[in-house]
Design a binder for this molecule. Structure first.
Ligand SMILES: [Zn+2]
Length: 487
């Protein structure tokens, strides 16, 4: 195996690995099959961007890093509304209240900084995702650029520098062609040649955005896949032209997949109608509500007065509904939740002190959408029916792209060994010869073949409700394979 002096990480938000084909993404496909492709890599639960980004940064599940949802109720920070981790203002509020410890684990960026190493990030996602990949960017003396502007990063000088060099930030169109091109220029023309950091990371907000609003297999979405694929080739060409190209490792990843939505369920309205006054998290107000509910295709249900009898009643009501896929409650048991029929939040390593009393997932399966892609499920709203969604435990939401290339590749191999986004931080640190903090649960992918593998399937049931979850582990680290309702 070669020495690694530098690492380039490329993240495609929401990219499903089954769409990395010779026709749709020829450059990325050619690169993936020529390097070490972890074809069964997995996201975490909830399979949402801010949760997954935190898992990439910390090498750990939500039980360790504490970002338990894209939005979650956190009364220590705000009693009046559900915290939205995408918003810079909510992150600032949480940081101020928690003495900066919003993410409760060490990140690979923190370890790099402690050893005098540099991390430069080019981001095109929300302020929350931009923050979570290196929450200490400013105090770590690192550099995080956001294509969305100064208010979207903790190091706004990076945006000012790039505007001075490359001109005004691009317009926000859908698909986000202009943002992809601007971000790629910042990486290839500034970060790699001029900052020349130990670790460079670029985060493309596509194809996630187009999956959500333009549908997974549509003409426009296929065009944006081709566009990010061409951008990826420009990054490869830039690296290949360097004199130290042989010593550069690449990690190519996505944070989660997506499935298509087949219908809509207004769970907040239905809960209210069932005698449990519920407020949508997005309403930013909880007046008169007994429950605070987040949505998408899964969410948390907070019982605002802490009445566990109400929680139990809501759980039983959910399991009696045809639209419900899976239900989780906290429990001391590693498998079964405290309400019969539910799974324990421990089973998915979501049992952080911040975690809710109840987590639901709407029903999904692996049947095919209008474009022939497997994975269909219900949503609460927020995108048009037919649009893509993620957050749940369907294999096509959980399965991520994960490729180890350049100096880190172990020959050409496609492997189905359990792996996932929690291995990215440990791999970065291992490649640079830096120590792995004890809070990281993943392991370096360089020795993945040497780790012990286990596979288990679990079920929980009550009455006619039966849910199942398949889990794999490698070296003791947990990877969530697929969950769905059976009956
Ligand atoms: Zn994402």
């Amino acid at each position: 195996m070669q020495e690694t002096s530098k690492i380039v990480v490329v993240v495609f938000d929401g990219l499903r690995p089954d769409m990395v084909t010779p026709i749709l993404m020829p450059n990325l496909h050619a690169y993936s099959v020529a390097n070490s492709w972890f074809r069964e890599a997995r996201s975490v639960f909830p399979s949402m961007t801010r949760v997954a980004t935190s898992s990439m940064a910390t090498g750990a599940m939500p039980v360790i890093h504490g970002i338990v949802g894209n939005a979650f109720y956190y009364p220590e920070v705000s009693r009046d509304f559900v915290l939205d981790v995408s918003l810079a203002s909510d992150i600032a509020l949480a940081e101020a209240t928690l003495n900066g410890r919003f993410i409760t684990a060490t990140t690979f960026g923190d370890v790099l900084a402690a050893h005098g190493r540099n991390l430069a990030v080019v981001h095109s996602g929300s302020p929350g995702s931009t923050y979570a990949i290196n929450p200490g960017a400013a105090i770590n003396n690192h550099w995080t650029f956001s294509v969305l502007g100064e208010a979207h990063t903790k190091t706004p000088h990076a945006v000012r520098e790039m505007v001075a060099r490359f001109g005004p930030l691009p317009p926000r169109n859908l698909p986000r062609f202009e943002e992809i091109d601007y971000a790629t220029r910042v990486l290839t023309e500034h970060v790699l040649p001029d900052i020349n950091p130990d670790v460079a990371l670029i985060w493309f907000n596509e194809p996630d955005t187009s999956f959500h609003y333009k549908f997974l297999g549509s003409e426009e979405t296929l065009a944006v896949l081709a566009h990010v694929d061409a951008a990826f080739q420009r990054i490869l060409d830039t690296i290949a032209a360097r004199s130290d190209a042989q010593d550069i490792a690449l990690i190519i990843a996505s944070d989660h997949g997506q499935i298509s939505s087949s219908g809509q369920v207004d769970i907040t309205e239905l809960l209210t109608g069932a005698g449990h006054p519920a407020a949508k998290a997005s309403a930013r107000a909880l007046d008169g509500a007994a429950l605070a509910v987040t949505g998408g295709n899964m969410g948390e249900i907070r019982v605002l007065d802490g009445d566990l009898d109400r929680r139990d009643a809501v759980a039983r009501w959910l399991m009696a509904q045809e639209f419900t896929g899976m239900v989780f409650t906290p429990s001391d048991d590693p498998i079964l939740g405290s309400v019969p029929g539910t799974f324990s939040t421990r089973l998915v390593e979501l049992h952080h002190p911040r975690s809710p009393e109840l987590v639901y997932v709407l029903r999904s399966d692996t049947s095919r959408d209008a474009h022939g892609l497997p994975g269909l499920g219900l949503i609460t709203g927020s995108v048009p029916v037919g649009g893509g969604m993620h957050g749940g435990l369907n294999r096509h939401e959980l399965n991520t792209l994960l490729v180890l290339g350049g100096s880190a590749a172990n020959g050409s191999a496609i492997t189905d060994v359990p792996a996932g986004i929690i291995d990215i931080g440990p791999t970065i640190l291992d490649l640079l010869g830096l120590p792995q903090p004890v809070s990281m649960q993943g392991h370096t992918l360089r020795s993945a073949a040497d780790h012990a593998v286990e596979r288990h399937a679990f079920t929980a049931s009550t009455g006619g409700f039966v849910q199942s979850l398949a889990i794999a582990s490698r070296g003791g680290a947990t990877f969530l394979v697929h969950g769905e309702r059976q009956g």
